[in-house]
Design a protein. Structure first.
Length: 157
């Protein structure tokens, strides 16, 4: 069973490690290695951005296993991103993280649609989003990559 908490400034180096993991960079839309000073500026800005929710997930041993970020893009649309620590991949955490994180977000933002864009080659993420209730919309070009577009919204909508 996973627990979550809001990200804090003390998570700066953890997020930097996660962001520059080769697997994460390869599956990101911008695969360039991130410089620490750029990451620090970005991370501090996101922590202070009321339209951005960043959750850190911990397992039963209180080890950080990954993160989810949900960024509101306007009054009805949000964009989700997820990453799993390299030591915790393959343990089915992504489905649980996506379920918990999106349910938490949608409880306080019931009229939002959460969008997920996944590179065509990233089948593990595709399956995780499907298993957590995201609905396939279409294939499209997103950030110049063939991508799956999935959405999730409040079931009462």
């Amino acid at each position: 069973m996973l627990n979550f908490r809001h990200a804090i400034l003390d998570d700066l180096e953890l997020f930097f490690k996660w962001a520059n993991d080769p697997f994460v960079r390869d599956n990101s839309y911008n695969s360039t290695i991130i410089e620490f000073k750029d990451h620090e500026k970005w991370f501090k800005a996101k922590l202070n951005d009321e339209s951005c929710l960043i959750l850190v997930f911990e397992n039963e041993n209180n080890l950080e296993v990954g993160q989810i970020r949900i960024q509101k893009e306007n009054n009805q649309q949000a964009l989700i991103g997820i990453s799993i620590d390299s030591m915790h991949r393959g343990k089915s955490y992504s489905k649980e993280m996506l379920n918990i994180g999106t349910d938490y977000f949608l409880r306080s933002n019931p009229n939002f649609v959460i969008n997920a864009f996944i590179k065509e080659k990233n089948l593990n993420s595709k399956y995780a989003f499907e298993k957590s209730g995201f609905i396939f919309q279409k294939m499209l070009s997103y950030e110049n990559f063939n991508s799956f577009h999935y959405t999730k919204k409040n079931e009462n909508r």
